[in-house]
Design a protein around this ligand. Structure first.
Ligand code: ADP
Ligand code: MG
Length: 310
């Protein structure tokens, strides 16, 4: 585990009566991709904007790269060292990709070579394209380039793939995976469960201003995800009742598949032997729980494509 680069201790943000961030504590370690996963209104943007020194906290403590977000001398140091892709990223429409990135680079005392940043984000073909003519995915890539140009140690990406089509989303995922390879620490927020599972070394599940669980995706899945399921395709009702005599956790789904929850490998082989005895020759597959099952278990809901809790 790397050293601690973000430290939040009992962080609170109130907007009038609303407790948008409700006593949350967590750490982010150097070199990891850390994800805040939660639905709209969970408090993701509020938290990252406190860490980016864009909003004041109500109470609690937050340190970024060892500096205190509430001390004005420290704020300058933090801002020099972080990169930010805001949730509503927008560059100048009439400027080209290169002009936009160069403009943001000039805001800093020291910045990376613009062409190098462009190459890193695979934007070479688009350098002379006006920002307004880019697709959503390319715009987000320019946003990540802008967040990177000052060569920050820590990069905040607030919902970098929201609203993108699946292909553009995967392109942005590749960019984020690449940032990690470069040794950057990435603090990502998302409402896409798959995104958190694929990219993050550690995930904090945030809901209604509180962190409900935090850990590596695999840890959370083993802790909360439930059992693996053996799915027997088109197994039908008769098979389900036969299996129910021997096993506790057998059900039928809407497609007529028989689902058997499996405790361990031994049980898997017992079920397979039963199927052989019964001369059942159907397609079987193992369904492994995902972060979605974890989220469901913890919050009782799922997050829709639009980010709403359902
Ligand atoms: N400036 C603000 N004034 C009042 N309420 C706000 C403000 N910003 C956010 N909120 C509220 O705080 C809660 C958390 O918002 P936000 O941090 O934007 O969540 P997320 O980024 O997870 O969608 C929401 O209920 C939102 O409506
Ligand atoms: Mg947000």
């Amino acid at each position: 585990m790397g050293k601690t680069v973000v430290e939040a201790d009992s962080l609170v943000k109130r907007y009038g009566q609303l407790m948008a961030v409700d006593h949350i504590s967590f750490e982010v370690y150097e070199g990891e991709v850390f994800a805040f996963l939660g639905p709209n209104g969970a408090g993701k943007t509020t938290t990252v904007e406190i860490l980016e020194c864009l909003r004041p906290l109500t109470s609690g403590n937050a340190r970024v790269l060892g500096y205190d977000v509430t001390r004005s001398e420290d704020v300058k140091e933090i801002k020099k060292r972080i990169g930010v892709l805001p949730q509503e990223f927008c560059a100048l429409d009439k400027l080209t990709v290169k002009e936009n990135i160069a403009l943001i680079g000039d805001m800093y005392d020291r910045h990376l070579d613009i062409d190098e940043v462009i190459a890193l984000l695979d934007l070479k073909d688009k350098v002379n394209e006006k920002f307004e003519n880019l697709s959503g995915g390319l715009k987000q890539r320019v946003g990540v380039a802008a967040a990177l140009v000052s060569d920050p140690q820590l990069i905040f990406l607030d919902e970098p793939t929201t609203g993108l089509d699946p292909k553009a989303r995967r392109d942005v995922w590749a960019v984020i995976a690449n940032l990690k390879r470069l040794g950057k620490t990435v603090f990502l927020t998302t409402h896409y469960m798959e995104e958190a599972q694929v990219l993050a070394d550690r995930v904090a599940i945030i809901n209604k201003g509180k962190i409900a669980a935090i850990g590596a995706p695999q840890e959370l899945i083993s802790q909360y995800g439930g059992l693996k399921i053996l799915k027997i395709r088109g197994g039908d009702k008769a098979l389900a009742s036969l299996l129910q005599k021997k096993y506790d956790k057998v059900s039928l789904n809407g497609n007529g598949d028989v689902l058997v929850k499996i405790d361990d490998v031994d049980e898997f082989w017992r079920v397979m032997a039963t199927l052989a005895e019964l001369k059942i020759n159907k397609d079987v597959e193992i369904q492994t729980p995902t972060i979605e099952d974890v989220f469901l278990k913890i919050t009782g809901g799922i997050i829709t494509e639009e980010g709403e809790l359902k």
